[in-house]
Design a protein around this ligand. Structure first.
Ligand SMILES: [Zn+2]
Length: 435
C-alpha cells in the first residue's frame, strides 16, 4: 500500500521538479541515524538525496554515490526533519498583542511571519501544522513557490469557534465596533448550528485550508472569562468532522475542559490539543476512538510564567493562564503513562517561534524517554498529518533531515543546538561547502 502511494507521489514530484530547481544530489554521511519507526539509533549511515527532493538511498556506514556531493556529518546524529503539529506562524504573543490587532494590518503580521517561518525551519522543524491564522495559508503558498524560506506548512486558516468562544474574532471589542462589524458568521469562523458548521468547513475549503481547527472549549489567551467551558454540541462537532471528510481534511480540536474534550472525541476529531483537564476516563475514551493527543507543554509553561508578571496579560486572561498553564505538563505525564497516542506540538506563537525544541526537554522531564519524544515529532506526527512520505529517513520519503552534534538520546537539550537542516533535499543550515 505504502509503496504504491509513494510511487504515485514520486511521479507527481517528478512533474513538479521539472518546473522548479532540481535539488543537488548529496550524500549525507551521518555519524548516527535515528530510526523514527523503531525509535532507536541505528549507527552510521549515508543518506543519498535525489533531484526530486526525496531520499534515493540509505547506505550503511560512510559511503558515496555517483555524481553526489559528500556532506560530512560525522559526529552528528541525523533524524527525519521534525514536525510541530501546533504552531501559529501569523502571530507571537506579547503584552502588546491585545492592542496590535486594532492598529496593525494583516500585511504587518505577514512580514513578521516571514521571520518566524525562517526561525522555525532553522530550528530543525521542516514541517508545521498551523492551527489558526489568516496569514499562514498565504505564507505557505509563498514558501511553496520559492519566494521565501520556511517549513512545509499544513494550514488551518481561520479556526472555527462558537459565539463568544475561543476564536470569536469579535471578542474583547467595544460595542460600537462590534455593531459596525456585525455579528460574525461561518465565513468568519463562528458557527451556532449544524448547518453553520458545514458552511464554515466549506468556506475553509474555498480559502485553501489543509486541515480544520475547532475550539471545542474556552481558551487561555482569548478575551473571555472561561478557559474550559464546552463550546460545541456533539452534533456540531460531528457536522464539522463529516464535512471535513468530504474534502479529505482532518480535524484538530483545541480543548481544555473535560466535557468539551469528551464531545470532541465522540464527534470524531483526529487530535485533542492541550487537553489540560483530561483524566483516566477520557484517556480510555481517546484510546477507544484512536484520538491523538498534542500536548503543547511549551505554551502552558510560557503563559503560567507570564501570568506572574503584573500587566503582561489583561486581568481577564491572568487567572486562566496561571491555572491552565501550570497543569499541562502533569496531564501530559498521565496521558503518556495511560498509553494515549502522542504527537509533538508546542502552540508556538504563544512562546517565541524558533524555540520549539524546548518541548522535547519538557516531555522528557515529565517521564517520556527521549527516543519516544523524537518519535512523537517524526513518525507519529506524520501519521497525525496523514503524510505517508514524511517522518522517516528511507528511500522515497522527502529528504527532510535535521542533525544535532552528539547523541540526543543521552542529552535531549542537543535538540536546541541543531547543526544541520535539509528540507526537500535543499540545505538551510550547516552542511559546509555543500550549501
Ligand atoms: Zn494554538
Amino acid at each position: 500500500m505504502r509503496t504504491s502511494i509513494l510511487g504515485l507521489l514520486g511521479v507527481l514530484a517528478c512533474a513538479a521538479a521539472v518546473q522548479s530547481h532540481a535539488a543537488p544530489l548529496l550524500a549525507l554521511q551521518c555519524g548516527d541515524v535515528f530510526d523514527a519507526k523503531a525509535a532507536k539509533l541505528i549507527g552510521a549511515r549515508t543518506i543519498v538525496t535525489a533531484a526530486d527532493g526525496r531520499i534515493a538511498q540509505v547506505l550503511p556506514g560512510k559511503a558515496t554515490a555517483p555524481d553526489a556531493t559528500v556532506v560530512d556529518l560525522s559526529g552528528q546524529t541525523c533524524m527525519p526533519g521534525w514536525i510541530d503539529l501546533h504552531v501559529h506562524l501569523g502571530q507571537e504573543s506579547s503584552p502588546k498583542s491585545y492592542e496590535e490587532r486594532f492598529r496593525l494590518d494583516d500585511i504587518d503580521f505577514g512580514y513578521r511571519a516571514l521571520v518566524y517561518a525562517d526561525r522555525t525551519l532553522k530550528a530543525g522543524f521542516t514541517t508545521v501544522r498551523d492551527l489558526g491564522g489568516d496569514v499562514t495559508p498565504h505564507l505557505r503558498d509563498a514558501i511553496n513557490q520559492g519566494y521565501v524560506q520556511g517549513p512545509r506548512i499544513y494550514a488551518a486558516g481561520k479556526s472555527i469557534a462558537t459565539t463568544g468562544g475561543h476564536g470569536d474574532p469579535r471578542n474583547g471589542i467595544n460595542s460600537e465596533l462590534a455593531h459596525l462589524l456585525g455579528p460574525p458568521g461561518p465565513a468568519d469562523g463562528v458557527i451556532n448550528s449544524v448547518d453553520d458548521a458545514r458552511q464554515a468547513v466549506r468556506q475553509r475549503y474555498k480559502e485553501g485550508s489543509d486541515v480544520i481547527k475547532i475550539t471545542a472549549t474556552g481558551g487561555v489567551l482569548s478575551y473571555a472569562k472561561s478557559g474550559d467551558a464546552p463550546q460545541f454540541t456533539v452534533d456540531e462537532v460531528r457536522a464539522v468532522v463529516d464535512t471535513a471528510k468530504d474534502y479529505g481534511y482532518r480535524v484538530a480540536a483545541h480543548a481544555h475542559g473535560k466535557e468539551g474534550i469528551r464531545r470532541a472525541v465522540e464527534g470524531g476529531v483526529t487530535s485533542i490539543e492541550h487537553g489540560t483537564y483530561m483524566d483516566d476516563e477520557l484517556f480510555a475514551l481517546m484510546k477507544k476512538h484512536g484520538t491523538w493527543y498534542v500536548p503543547t507543554i511549551s505554551a502552558g509553561k510560557f503563559v503560567a510564567g507570564k501570568a506572574k508578571i503584573d500587566g503582561y496579560y489583561p486581568e481577564i486572561i491572568r487567572p486562566k493562564a496561571a491555572r491552565i498553564g501550570a497543569q499541562i505538563q502533569d496531564t501530559f505525564a498521565q496521558a503518556y503513562k495511560a498509553g494515549v497516542k502522542i504527537g509533538f506540538g508546542t502552540d508556538q506563537g504563544v512562546a517565541p517561534h524558533g524555540q520549539n525544541a524546548l518541548e522535547f526537554g519538557y516531555m522528557v522531564e515529565a517521564g517520556m524517554p527521549a527516543a519516544t519524544a523524537l518519535q512523537a515529532a517524526t513518525f507519529n506526527a506524520a501519521e497525525v498529518l496523514g503524510a505517508p512520505d514524511l517522518g522517516q529517513l528511507a528511500p522515497g520519503f522527502r529528504a527532510d533531515v535535521v542533525a544535532v552534534p552528539g547523541n540526543p538520546l543521552d542529552d535531549i537539550t542537543l535538540t536546541s543546538k541543531v547543526s544541520f537542516v535539509m528540507k526537500d533535499g535543499a540545505i538551510y543550515a550547516g552542511g559546509g561547502s555543500a550549501r
